[in-house]
Design a protein around this ligand. Structure first.
Ligand SMILES: [Zn+2]
Length: 135
């Protein structure tokens, strides 16, 4: 049986060990609770955008803290949505800092507009993966 490396689930983004029989083709973890945590669900992205717009209208900044803030896949998205601050465990800071420095805000805004038109989390993750691999 070939050894298959762990990778992030394209729906819930938790790291999982793909089934060796399916290998690299397996994109989601298949855990029953997977659908309950979808950080890249279109409704979550619209909610973050709404919060950023409302906060900025009132002169307030928006910070994101937690697992999603430390996910390199989300960097362009947060820049495009207008998030002002990301908070994460210190071990993730170099990777996220590098990703931010490699991303132009104008390109992030254009990408985010494209993402907000998509219908589900796997589509959004599929679009972000080639973007983050350019880093
Ligand atoms: Zn999952």
């Amino acid at each position: 049986m070939p050894k298959v490396r762990k990778k992030p689930c394209r729906i819930c983004r938790r790291w999982f060990q793909p089934d060796a029989r399916v290998g690299e083709r397996q994109r989601a973890c298949r855990k029953p609770e997977c659908h309950l945590y979808q950080p890249f669900h279109p409704a979550v992205l619209r909610l973050i955008r709404t919060v950023c717009e409302a906060a900025h209208q009132h002169g307030k900044w928006v910070g994101v803290c937690g697992e999603m803030a430390a996910d390199p896949l989300a960097v362009a998205l947060f820049l495009g949505l207008g998030v002002d601050e990301l908070s994460m465990d210190p071990r993730f800071i170099p990777t996220i800092k590098f990703a931010i420095r490699q991303t132009r805000r104008s390109e992030a805004v254009a990408l985010t507009e494209e993402l907000l038109a998509l219908n589900n989390a796997p589509q959004i993750v599929s679009r972000l993966e080639p973007w983050s691999q350019q880093l």
